[in-house]
Structure formats: structure tokens, C-alpha cells
Design a protein around this ligand. Structure first.
Ligand code: GLU
Length: 291
């Protein structure tokens, strides 16, 4: 029998809050409802921000919430070779290139472009890559890489889209404007996204596309803030010949000011709520999953 596979994929760069609890509980509920499996993935490619004590707290908080997940847990930092293999495939297709501008050079280029009318931003509000990395000759790229210069590997978006043609995904939740059912992917809104850097062989987009495929994930259930990222994931899946999961983007838990919970908005962690006497059933009620 075909078993559906769900996953919860937190980054261990802080303690889990109610937003994470909602996502994890919803994944667990949906998996149970269809007799599926729930996997856990630790998204720790950004080694500078991730810490072992946050990872330990994730296991503890999830167990306290009554969630059980299948072993083994996939920890992204242990699979850099998988991401490198994918980058080699994309390189062979001629759809990635290194760019060598520093962050401040990019900022200056954006400021310059903005003077001629607003330079486009991606769905997260970050300016699209304005640089000329694609124009750098092969010999020059090789020379700079051999010299040890820092670089970012970027997707040549137009070339990638030309290879795959129009892509769609099946949305069983809803996007920020209520999009549901068959959604047309719009990866161009991200420009030439970064897929890896000299010191980190994968960005979020690359790692998530590879891991969902390698873990056999059939159902991606995650927050609405990642809705448009799905366009990039679908593009990478098509380029790399990976299967296409069904997507379910869920509402976000917001604070009294309507802001998405995060460390920067000082959202209370599950551990703080627990220390203050909350039970797992209280957490369920607080995120609107109470029975
Ligand atoms: N690691 C991401 C986060 O914590 C979630 C990635 C995903 O579900 O695709 O926001």
C-alpha cells in the first residue's frame, strides 16, 4: 500500500515557538489521519547560526507536544555531498554560475538601479541580483575561484525556465491571496537566486528540494510564508528530475500586532510557556487545534 510521507523541518537556530508548534501538530494530525509517516529534518546548513542545544530542545519540545516521528532524523549538515552532486548536475546543464560581488557591492548596485525607478524585489522583499556574474568569462571565473575568492553559485533563472517551460504545483492549503488547487509557478520573481556559497554547499532552496526527494516526502505541509518559495523548488525538481510532492501551505500564527512569530518579534518559546504551566493541550488550543 502507498504510504504518504510528511515532514517537519525546523532550523535549530532558536527555541520553537507557537508557530512551529502549529506546523508540527498539523503535520502530525494530517499524517495520522491518512495513516502516513511523519519525518523530522533538522535544517542546519547555516552552521554559524545553529546550535546543538537548540536541536536537543526541538526533540524535547516535540515529544512534550505528543508528537512522534520516524527515525532516523535527517540532519542537513551531514549530507553536503548530496547537495554537491546536485550542483554538479546543474553545472552540466549550464544553469548555474558563480558571482563574486560582495554584499556591499550588491547593495551599491541596487542603490544605483533604484535611482532609475524601483529595482524589483523578491517575495521576501530582497532586491533581485543586479550583478553581472553571468557575463564573466569562463577563464576569469576559473582564475578567481582558484585564487580563493568568495563566491555565490546562482541559478541562471532565464536559462533554467527556458529548459523546463511552465511548471505548476498542487496546493491543498492556500497561498497568501487564497490560491489553491493547481498553481502556476513563477520562479522568475526570485531572479538569479543563490543555490550555494563558497563555504556552504547549499542554500535553503537547494537543500529542501533535494531532501524532500531523498526522504520520499509526498506531502509538504508548511507555513504560508514559504508559498512562493515553492516556485523555486518546483523548478529545481524539474531540472534535477525529482518527484513532485503535493503542497499544503497553512496560515501563520501571528502576535497581537499581526506579526508572524519569530525571534525578532520576541515570541515566547514553547519552553517558556511550559515553564509558566501550560500543558500540551493548552498549546493545541492556543494555535486553534483544540478539541
Ligand atoms: N526550515 C524552514 C523553517 O524553519 C522550513 C522549511 C520548509 O518547511 O520547507 O522555516
Amino acid at each position: 500500500m502507498y504510504t504518504r510521507v510528511f515532514r517537519f523541518a525546523p532550523s535549530p537556530n532558536g527555541y520553537l515557538h507557537l508557530g512551529h508548534a502549529y506546523s508540527a501538530l498539523l503535520n502530525d494530525d494530517m499524517a495520522r489521519e491518512v495513516g502516513g509517516r511523519l519525518l523530522l529534518r533538522i535544517e542546519d546548513i547555516d552552521l554559524a547560526r545553529c546550535r546543538p542545544e537548540y536541536e536537543a530542545a526541538i526533540y524535547d519540545d516535540l515529544a512534550w507536544l505528543g508528537i512522534s516521528w520516524q527515525r532516523r532524523v535527517r540532519r542537513q549538515s551531514e549530507h553536503f555531498d548530496d547537495y554537491e552532486a546536485a550542483l554538479a548536475k546543474l553545472e552540466a546543464q549550464g544553469v548555474i554560475y558563480p558571482s563574486f560581488e560582495s554584499r556591499s557591492e550588491i547593495d551599491a548596485l541596487v542603490a544605483e538601479r533604484d535611482r532609475h525607478g524601483p529595482w524589483p524585489r523578491d517575495p521576501d522583499g530582497v532586491p533581485l541580483y543586479p550583478g553581472r556574474g553571468r557575463k564573466v568569462t569562463r577563464a576569469e571565473r576559473e582564475r578567481r575561484r582558484r585564487a580563493g575568492e568568495p563566491f555565490a553559485l546562482r541559478l541562471a533563472m532565464d536559462a533554467a525556465v527556458a529548459r523546463t517551460g511552465v511548471l505548476t504545483w498542487t496546493e491543498s492549503g492556500a497561498g497568501p491571496q487564497g490560491q489553491t488547487g493547481l498553481v502556476v509557478a513563477a520562479p522568475q520573481m526570485w531572479g538569479d537566486v543563490v543555490l550555494a556559497r563558497k563555504e556552504v554547499p547549499a542554500s535553503y532552496h537547494l537543500a529542501v528540494a533535494i531532501d524532500d526527494a531523498l526522504q520520499g516526502v509526498s506531502d509538504v505541509v508548511r507555513g504560508q510564508d514559504l508559498f512562493w518559495s515553492t516556485s523555486v523548488h518546483r523548478l529545481l525538481q524539474a531540472l534535477l528530475g525529482l518527484p513532485e510532492p503535493v503542497y499544503h501551505h497553512h496560515r501563520l500564527i501571528v502576535d497581537a500586532q499581526g506579526r508572524k512569530l519569530s525571534k525578532s518579534t520576541q515570541a515566547k518559546s514553547l519552553r517558556e510557556l511550559r515553564a509558566a504551566g501550560a500543558t500540551a493541550a493548552d498549546i493545541r488550543r492556543m494555535v486553534g487545534l483544540g478539541r
